[in-house]
Design a binder for this molecule. Structure first.
Ligand SMILES: Cc1ncc(COP(=O)(O)O)c(C=O)c1O
Length: 392
């Protein structure tokens, strides 16, 4: 096997890291771990209406009418969902995919030749490295900086743009910082992309989870440059297992139409979104306010409780300002490395959190906590962490 000529792009290091070894060891010993990395809403005690399953029970599901970009009625349902949020999008400019990851891949194939590059935010979603490498896309990371709130470092981003840069990825709001793009930042990016013929890809899977909804700026329908907004059921309905996401395309008419016909051919090559989910989509999106309401209340309850605990018990630990999303970032004393802290929380307190480096924070020491776990689990886990931090 050693010399088998696998494609170089799959030469990933595969040894188990210290954190995974420690998790395996605790599990073998039958020790329960309080998991503050939990990001799968289906295991965090939310109530999904039973009616959702009935929507799958249709005789229409026994017929296959493939449509590369997704069935017209399903794309219409997505357009209506956005219209209810006052974001007008035409169903003709929507392409359904099986996941946001697949949507990213389609867009890489559409926009980037091997050797060309994309700009991605830092800190951000760790899957980018894999998504881009699998598609033979080079990337540079542009910094988000924190000065009491997260901002785009526009100058640093502009310095990274060269003749090979094809697109800028935004995560709006970003994972894990929970920060949204500001209107002035979007104006800057529009101008930059127009000048260099680059596209904007805005991952808005967490868009609805804003603590200050009236301030949230979406790129949906952005006309200034070719723009692709990504969304999907994994966050909009807390249903990652249903495997349905979408691309909303917008921009100057000619280039928009050309991009849609090319994307249609890419999508037609896979036809990856299954029929039952497409048939259920309209009914399911009607449940969005109820599911999002439950998730939002959990996020608010946990983050407010966390802030109150820090004020009372640990004023030297700061909760970074949060505009939305499902995570909280804590800055903790850098008397140990993030790796040491996280291993200690796990081995001594049986609490699992993400270290900041997992998301490419460029300074230590940060830990990231999911705000999805039910309050008793969240409070017990945070209590243990704060107790340990109080010992230094
Ligand atoms: C920023 C971001 N985009 C996309 C996804 C995944 O979406 P999907 O399940 O549709 O691939 C995640 C999952 O956590 C995410 O954090």
């Amino acid at each position: 096997m050693d010399n088998f000529p696998f494609a170089r792009r799959t030469n990933w290091p595969q040894e188990t890291n210290a954190l995974n070894k420690a998790i395996e060891d605790l599990r073998k010993r039958g020790i329960d771990i309080l998991d503050l990395t939990a990001s799968n809403p289906t295991s965090c005690g939310f109530l999904y209406p039973e009616g959702m399953l009935s929507a799958l029970n249709s005789l229409d599901n026994l017929h296959y009418h493939p449509d590369a970009c997704g069935m017209k009625s399903s794309r219409q349902a997505v357009a209506e969902y956005y219209a209810r949020q006052k974001l007008p999008v035409s169903s003709n400019d929507i392409i359904l995919t099986a996941s946001t990851s697949e949507a990213y891949s389609f867009l890489m194939r559409l926009l980037v030749n091997p050797g060309e590059k994309i700009l991605v935010p830092k800190p951000s979603y760790p899957l980018f490295q894999f998504l881009l490498e699998i598609n033979d896309v080079n990337f540079d990371q542009y910094p988000l900086v924190y000065d009491g709130q997260w901002r785009l470092d526009c100058q640093a981003l502009e310095r990274l743009v060269d003749s090979k840069t094809r697109a800028i990825i935004l995560v709006n709001p970003n994972n894990p910082t929970g920060s949204y793009i500001a209107q002035a930042e979007l104006n800057f990016l529009n101008e930059l992309c127009r000048k260099h013929q680059m596209s904007i890809i805005s991952d808005e899977v967490f868009f609805e989870y804003s603590l200050y909804p009236s301030d949230a700026v979406s790129c949906a329908g952005n006309q200034a440059v070719l723009t692709f907004v990504l969304g999907g059921l994994s966050k909009t309905l807390g249903l990652p297992q249903m495997k349905c996401a979408w691309i909303l395309a917008s921009g100057p008419q000619l280039v928009l139409q050309e991009s849609l016909s090319r994307l249609e051919i890419i999508a037609d090559t896979y036809l990856s979104v299954n029929t039952p989910v497409q048939n259920a989509l309209g009914a399911w999106l009607g449940y969005a306010p109820g599911i999002q309401g439950q998730i939002m209340s959990r996020v608010q309850e946990n983050s407010q409780w966390l802030q109150a605990q820090l004020n009372e018990r640990a004023p030297s630990i700061s909760l970074l300002s949060l505009q939305g999303g499902w995570c909280a970032t804590l800055r903790i004393p850098a008397v140990k490395s993030e790796e040491e802290w996280v291993l200690e929380f796990l081995k001594e307190d049986h609490v699992l959190v993400y270290p900041g480096y997992f998301f490419d924070f460029d300074r230590e020491a940060y830990i990231i906590l999911s705000l999805l776990p039910q309050a008793p689990i969240f409070q017990e886990a945070v209590g243990r962490i704060l107790q340990r931090l109080a010992k230094i």
